[in-house]
Design a protein around this ligand. Structure first.
Ligand SMILES: *Cc1c(COP(=O)(O)O)cnc(C)c1O
Length: 244
């Protein structure tokens, strides 16, 4: 028996474009990347990433290396693909060969990436993540101090940006936001000339100090509300028509 569709899910590509532009407007001079992890929040990363590319996006973030590898073919060569989850031991060569940029979340990951750069006699790009209070991913304070004591650990690693992740950005009045931003900005002078990236969707709406150099919205691109308690400025992307 042929299954009868019980509903049709429509993804509005022009709304995706409009949301990207809306975030560019809000982020002003900051560059706007796109978080397309979890298959672009279920919408299909290889379908939606090129839409953002056409709208001007060049920085694409996923959670795992496998997701990045699957996206390489969907995007032109000047798109940058970042793996938020970090660099897993044994995957360094695969990552570098595919020009995928890891977010380095620990001293071990820094050491492994720098070691590969040394073997290749070339620089390798990376993002350095520091934990400013989210306590999830990124160098702890102790690890950061160790690194600052021995900056040669980063020899051969070209930092694309210094990043951190906001824990409470969907609540604009939460004091943790400013604490995390201040913490990142206090670390930044140790990495002169390296751009800063802090804001997810909610952070984009927290103002210039938060948008910094590069923002990383996910849910807002797909129409989700970037902050609670206020009207949603994003365009709806999904429509579900169901049989009744
Ligand atoms: C998921 C994620 C984002 C995007 O978060 P949204 O709240 O969906 O905008 C940004 N940065 C990091 C590190 C993430 O893991």
């Amino acid at each position: 028996m042929t299954p009868v569709p019980s509903g049709i899910l429509t993804i509005d590509l022009s709304a995706l474009r409009a949301n990207y532009r809306r975030l560019c407007q809000e982020a002003a001079t900051s560059s706007v990347g796109a978080v397309v992890k979890a298959d672009a929040y279920g919408l299909g990363a290889s379908r939606v990433a090129p839409i953002f590319y056409e709208a001007g996006c060049r920085d694409f973030f996923v959670a795992h290396l496998e997701e990045a590898l699957a996206l390489v073919a969907a995007l032109p060569a000047d798109a940058r693909l970042f793996v938020l989850g970090g660099l897993f031991k044994g995957t360094e060569t695969v990552c570098a060969d595919a020009n995928i940029i890891p977010v380095l979340n620990s001293l071990d990951q820094i050491a492994d990436w720098a070691a590969l750069a040394k073997v290749r006699g070339d620089e390798l790009p990376a993002v350095l993540q520091v934990d400013t209070g989210m306590a999830r991913l990124g160098l702890s304070n102790v690890e950061l101090l160790t690194l600052l004591d021995k900056p040669s650990m980063l020899d051969g690693v070209r930092l694309h940006c210094l990043m951190s992740h906001l824990a409470c950005a969907d609540r604009s009045e939460h004091p943790r936001n400013t604490e995390q931003m201040n913490r990142l900005r206090s670390i930044a002078p140790q990495f002169p000339g390296v751009p800063l990236s802090l804001a997810n969707s909610g952070g984009v709406f927290l103002g210039k100090a938060f948008t910094a150099d590069l923002v990383r919205p996910g849910i807002a691109l797909f129409g989700g509300a970037p902050h609670g308690g206020r009207s949603n400025p994003m365009n709806p992307v999904l429509r579900l028509d169901i049989r009744v």
